[in-house]
Design a protein around this ligand. Structure first.
Ligand SMILES: Cc1cc2nc3c(=O)[nH]c(=O)nc-3n(C[C@H](O)[C@H](O)[C@H](O)COP(=O)(O)O)c2cc1C
Length: 420
């Protein structure tokens, strides 16, 4: 009984984990940088998301962290000597979906750019036959080394053949100096691995996404708003980017870091969000309205802070209906909206789909366990009109919000979306 319960829990947990890395085989090269210790966290995170990680360390890397720590983190033997493990320089890259070098020293990057194969990592890199975008370097070095013109020449030669670089970032460096040379954060490295592994079926599309709440001001210090962390909308923007689209994210006030290489427009009120949407709608081929726009706003915003009193009445009026305005456009992108309900409200969501004249609506019971606000998971029903105009439902299980975003774009692709 206890085991059954545990298995059930594990199953649920597995289904909550984002699937992009599940079953993928990553060959990780660790080179001789002070940032080498950060590779341990990278290994742990990749494994947590279901990837298998095999590690090659350079001789210099072994001066910074021990192969024993890496072996414990990865749960696999660590490779460093090609003569001790014959044919590992061929077998390891052949078995790998991706080669990631993090941290990547100036030395190892330059050697790869020049085709030098003088240790296990550099030889395996030459033997890796995946497309160049399946190789990611996360450089880490002093800013003087990074700016060196010979190094920059090598870096650009690799960028030209399609190899991917993530970072380095600006900040305080191990030597005590400030500058560009810090290894990119682990989240950014992982996202760039997922981008490399993802299908790029949205290449050429411009996806416009709204996310987060809006705030409607009562006076200079108070506002009314909707509960929304923005996690669903940010996941949609991230997946659209991962699948190759150009992405514009119109965001209400949230405390999330936007995905890399996405154009972000920060807004406060529903009126500002509407204006940003209208400014960008015509250049977009797909529009996903996932923001939790406040439905009401105070009729009047007071110039000065309202004094505290026992009670007072606040007159609210409706905010502008962004989705409705987009639905009424003569020419509009393929449009998806969200219907957040606090109970069974499928029929209301279907009515919203028709009333707003949009193509897809995501029904989201925000009171469900693991669904709705502030959590990384969601449980939704995708409602859409098929080619004949019949309303169809696609219920999804409890999933990571990034997987929900994947499912939304899969549906949009299946429907053979087009601009209207
Ligand atoms: C304390 C110390 C820190 C170092 N940190 C870096 C670094 O962050 N980035 C880098 O490119 N080289 C760094 N180096 C130099 C490399 O370790 C050296 O170039 C080495 O040959 C790299 O070998 P590998 O690329 O085979 O790992 C550092 C050296 C020392 C002694």
């Amino acid at each position: 009984m206890q085991r059954e319960k545990k298995e059930k829990q594990q199953k649920k947990l597995n289904s909550n984990t984002e699937t992009a890395l599940k079953g993928k085989s990553i060959l990780l090269g660790i080179t001789g940088s002070v940032a080498a210790y950060k590779a341990l966290d990278l290994i742990r995170r990749l494994k947590d998301e279901g990837a298998s990680v095999k590690v090659i360390m350079t001789e210099s890397a072994c001066r910074f962290i021990t192969p024993l720590s890496v072996e414990l983190a990865s749960g696999q033997s660590v490779y460093f000597d090609m003569f001790k493990s014959p044919l590992s320089h061929i077998n390891l890259p052949v078995e790998a979906d991706m080669l990631v070098v993090a941290p990547a020293t100036a030395n190892s990057i330059s050697k790869y750019a020049c085709g030098i194969a003088d240790n296990l990592l550099s030889t395996a890199a030459i033997a890796f036959s995946g497309t160049p975008d399946r190789i990611i370097f996360a450089p880490a070095m002093n800013w003087r080394m990074y700016e060196n013109h010979v190094f920059q020449k090598n870096l650009h030669a690799l960028i030209q053949i399609g190899a991917r670089f993530i970072g380095p970032e600006k900040g305080s460096l191990a030597c005590g100096e400030e500058g560009t040379g810090r290894m990119a954060g682990i989240d950014r490295i992982i996202e760039s691995i997922k981008t490399s592994l993802s299908k790029h079926d949205l290449a050429g599309e411009h996806v416009l996404v709204t996310a987060g709440p809006t705030r409607e001001h009562i006076d200079p210090v108070r506002y009314i708003s909707n509960r929304s962390s923005g996690k669903m909308g940010y996941a949609i923007a991230k997946i659209a980017k991962r699948r190759g689209a150009e992405v514009t994210l119109i965001s209400g006030p949230v405390s999330l870091r936007p995905p890399d290489d996405v154009t972000v427009i920060n807004v406060g009120t529903a009126a500002q969000m509407l204006s940003a949407v209208m400014d960008n709608i015509h250049m977009s081929s797909i529009f996903v309205m996932s923001a939790a726009v406040a439905d009401f706003m105070p009729q009047e915003t007071k110039r000065d802070k309202i004094e505290k009193k026992e009670s007072f009445a606040l007159q609210l009026i409706k905010t502008k209906d962004i989705l409705g305005q987009v639905g009424r456009l003569k020419k509009r992108p393929f449009t998806t909206g969200f219907a957040a309900e606090t109970g069974p409200g499928l029929d209301r969501a279907k009515k919203k789909l028709l009333d707003k004249n949009i193509d897809v609506i995501i029904f989201n019971n925000v009171t469900g366990v693991g669904a709705g606000f502030d959590v990384d998971t969601n449980e939704v029903v995708i409602i859409y009109r098929d080619g004949a105009g019949t309303i169809k439902e696609k219920p999804l299980p409890l999933m990571h919000k990034e997987d929900v975003a994947e499912a939304i774009f899969d549906t949009i692709k299946d429907l053979g979306y087009k601009q209207f």
